[in-house]
Ligand binder design. Structure first.
Ligand code: GLN
Length: 381
């Protein structure tokens, strides 16, 4: 047989699937792949059930149900002060990963350069490569994981088409500062670069933080693809309902990619998400407060076990630094799941260049009993 596509043929199965499979097989407490114990808000799930039984189950419009697109625009106006035209600037996708893939397919010409920041979500690099893009990776340095102007500018060239920017950042659980966002915006404007912004964690921010989207920075309104995810907002990660917001010229091209990738997303889930996005502020604040409490409980437990915990400002995740221990992150995670029955994620999976091998990520979006069971099992690891 002739060789298969080289990008995918050489790839291992994603670490998230790998760790969840091991956890299922061994009965481990799964703090690896990022999904909550919480089943998601009952009223949103009931809205979906009702829509399946009583509603329309044939193809919805390719760009998404009008009610959801309007709900997305209204939601972002309320929470982030954005002014989006639901008909020309909002599209629904089957999860944020589809949105990222579609954006890269629609924007990148073979040979174009795409700037990425390490650590990065493991899907980014293969998607850039498959789109024919040439990755230029900027490594973010701990503990701030912020932007460094010289390093950023060194990665930009006349061939740079796009930057792919995740904020809040998975896996570091950090939020980029106002100065970092302003810098990135300036560099994009000066170099005529499009920003593809993975903002799926926008609602999952703690300690009173408020998400600021890159699209709101000066000069970015016409050159930003803003990507969000209902799965992360409503603790319904299996639903795979994502959204894309961009100026009409960009969204039009993205829609062409979407129409031949998934074309649509299940209509019942779309109408339930439309309902959910309209929930009152107290629900969103409560969701954050619950997760923050879980974060604090788990971090206190980790510290008590002697782990060096890296502070988490957002996302479902907290990281520990293994410095001073014998294993690297992969060895530690392997031992943790097989000998102690706890699954976690080695953060080296987010560093394609292998720069960091001493950090392990845990998902704390779990019931107290799950977190406590994991901590108990980790005693003496
Ligand atoms: N976003 C999830 C995480 O970081 C993984 C999603 C997936 O496995 N596709 O854990």
């Amino acid at each position: 047989m002739k060789p298969l596509n080289a990008v995918y043929a050489g790839l291992p199965t994603t670490i998230f699937e790998e760790m969840s499979r091991r956890a299922r097989e061994t009965g481990a407490v799964n703090l690896g792949q990022g999904f909550p114990d919480d089943p998601g808000p009952a009223d949103v799930r009931e809205a979906a059930a009702k829509a399946v039984v009583e509603g329309w189950n044939q193809y919805p419009p390719m760009l998404g149900l009008p009610e959801l697109r309007t709900a997305i625009a209204t939601h972002y106006a309320r929470w982030q002060g954005l002014d989006l035209d639901p008909e020309r600037e909002v599209m629904v996708t089957s999860g944020a990963t589809e949105a990222i893939a579609g954006a890269l397919m629609a924007l990148v010409e073979p040979g174009d350069e795409v700037v990425l920041f390490a650590p990065m979500y493991d899907a980014y690099l293969p998607l850039v490569r498959r789109a024919g893009g040439v990755p230029r990776v900027v490594t973010l340095q701990p503990p701030r994981f912020g932007l460094d102007e010289a390093a950023l500018r060194a990665a930009i060239s006349p061939r740079t088409k796009a930057v792919l920017f995740c904020n809040p950042l998975n896996p570091t659980a950090t939020i980029f500062s106002d100065a970092d966002r302003a810098l990135l915006a300036r560099v994009c404007v000066e170099n005529d670069v499009v920003a593809i912004c993975d903002e799926v964690w926008e609602h999952v921010v703690f300690d009173g933080a408020r998400h600021r989207p890159l699209i709101a920075e000066p000069g970015m309104r016409e050159r930003t693809v803003k990507i969000g995810s209902a799965g992360k907002i409503f603790n319904l990660t299996g639903w795979k309902v994502g959204f894309v917001c961009a100026a009409p010229a960009l969204l039009g091209a993205l829609a062409k990619a979407h129409q031949f990738l998934t074309f649509t997303t299940p209509p019942a889930l779309q109408s339930a998400v439309a309902y959910g996005l309209g929930k009152d502020d107290a629900w969103f604040e409560g969701m954050r407060a619950d997760l923050q409490r879980s974060r604090d409980r788990f971090c206190a437990g980790l510290a008590e076990l002697g782990f060096r915990v890296i502070p988490a400002a957002g996302t479902y995740f907290v990281n520990v630094d293994l410095a001073g221990r014998d294993d690297d992150d992969v060895g530690f995670c392997r031992r943790l799941v097989s000998d102690h029955g706890v699954a976690a994620i080695p953060v080296s999976a987010f560093y394609p260049g292998g720069e960091v091998t001493n950090v392990v990520r845990f998902c704390f979006a779990k019931r107290d009993a799950t977190l406590d069971a994991a901590l108990e099992r980790m005693r003496g690891v």
